[in-house]
Write a protein that binds this ligand. Structure first.
Ligand code: MLT
Length: 396
């Protein structure tokens, strides 16, 4: 046995990561009862990669087997062709980002959980309910965490009003995981203004920006002042089906400074110590996803996920069940009917409908009594889930 102790921060975490626990319970149910379930739990994509992405990977793989075109370590921070393509994506949305402000990563989970490494000890400010990664990684790092609670009154879009004014590392995700709610321009501006006033860094997770529609900023850099206080994380996972490939980006504007240091220089230095980049093949695949053909092909799946979420929303509306999300987000967040706790509702849904969702309590204290459905499913699976809801006593 080794005599080095485990990091004591682990004792402050739940035993299992939220989605590991949901999978464990689902597998136990299937072992005991047999048959199948419809999975509307973890937001994993339901369709294979679009042809344009597969073709780009095949081409890049052949290059890697060719003496003249083989490539070793990728450039720090990513290949220029992909950074240019991402800068072009921003420009189409009216946001000017330079390619050298973009850093390629292997997923928004790694990027959001690693980015705070570059700062000294600071309090972390997080909305609750929350994607567990921001909270768990802060606990592991030993940061003190302050929560701003979402609830029915603020429609799960809490504002920083009333929060003690001091410098924080703030995590914000919009369209939000798990609540599916999305800040409008004014709501997001309140957060940017709070960060500017308090000298905080606002770490904006835009992993679901492909779902944002009219009236909802798809980037924090649409807000005045954001370049002085924000970094933004983008992902190919949900927009292009890359959950199994892994590719993401971080935008660190030149204006973002931490005392005398350029934050982008710190991030570059941190990544050069702990990360060796995303493979050439995957970066070519990501570039293809941003081409004209890629946007069309990837858009088909996004449209289906949106329609699924809209179908769930229509059902909950018809039954008078309080809900948010589902319009500008793949997630629908409901208040559990019949005053059930999140876990009681999870169990009832699994045994009664054979549908898996995610208990709101897994996303934080403010999620207790609420439940998340993911629209990441085929149309048939989503339609069958709605038929099962219609037959179930749970929603009466
Ligand atoms: C979720 O279901 O919340 C996400 O799929 C998890 C993730 O993106 O890591």
């Amino acid at each position: 046995m080794i005599k080095v102790p485990a990091a004591r921060e682990f004792s402050a975490l739940e035993k299992n990561y939220l989605f590991t626990e949901v999978r464990r319970k689902t597998q136990k149910f299937l072992t005991e009862n047999g048959g199948e379930v419809i999975n509307l739990g973890i937001g994993d994509v339901a369709f294979p990669l679009p042809p344009v992405v597969v073709e780009a990977m095949v081409k890049a793989t052949l290059e890697m087997g060719d003496n003249a075109r083989f490539k070793g370590y990728p450039p720090e921070g990513g290949y220029p062709f992909l950074k240019e393509a991402i800068a072009g994506r921003y420009l189409k949305r009216g946001v000017k980002i330079d390619a050298d402000e973009i850093f390629i990563g292997d997923g928004a989970k790694s990027d959001t959980s690693s980015f705070p490494d570059i700062f000294g000890r600071a309090d972390v400010l997080i909305t609750d309910p929350v994607y567990p990664v921001y909270a768990d990684s802060s606990v592991l790092r030993g940061n003190r965490v302050t929560f701003v609670r979402g609830n029915k009154q603020n429609r799960f879009l809490p504002s920083p009003r009333g929060v003690e004014k001091k410098p924080y590392l703030i995590f914000l995700c919009s369209p939000n995981n798990p609540s599916g709610a999305a800040y409008g321009h004014d709501g997001l501006k309140e957060w940017v203004d709070f960060a500017l006033e308090t000298g905080s860094a606002l770490l904006f997770d835009a992993a679901y920006s492909a779902f944002a529609g009219v009236g909802v900023p798809s980037s924090v850099f649409e807000i005045d002042g954001a370049r002085e206080c924000c970094a933004e994380f983008g992902s190919f996972s949900k927009s292009a089906g890359f959950t199994g490939l892994r590719c993401s980006w971080t935008v660190v504007p030149k204006e973002l400074k931490c005392r005398k240091s350029q934050v982008s220089a710190l991030w570059k230095r941190r990544q050069s110590v702990k990360f060796n980049g995303v493979s050439y093949v995957i970066q070519r695949a990501a570039e293809a996803a941003l081409s004209e053909r890629g946007i069309t092909e990837c858009g088909h799946a996004v449209e289906i996920y949106k329609k699924n979420a809209a179908a769930f929303t229509a059902f909950f509306k018809a039954r008078g069940i309080w809900h948010t999300g589902g319009e500008l987000s793949p997630y629908v967040w409901i208040e559990c009917p019949k005053n059930l706790s999140s876990v009681e509702f999870f169990n009832g849904l699994l045994s009664g409908c054979r549908v898996v969702g995610t208990p709101g309590s897994g996303f934080g204290k403010a999620g207790e009594g609420f439940f998340r459905f993911s629209g990441f499913a085929t149309e048939n699976a989503a339609a069958e889930a709605v038929r099962r809801f219609e037959r179930s006593d749970l929603f009466r």
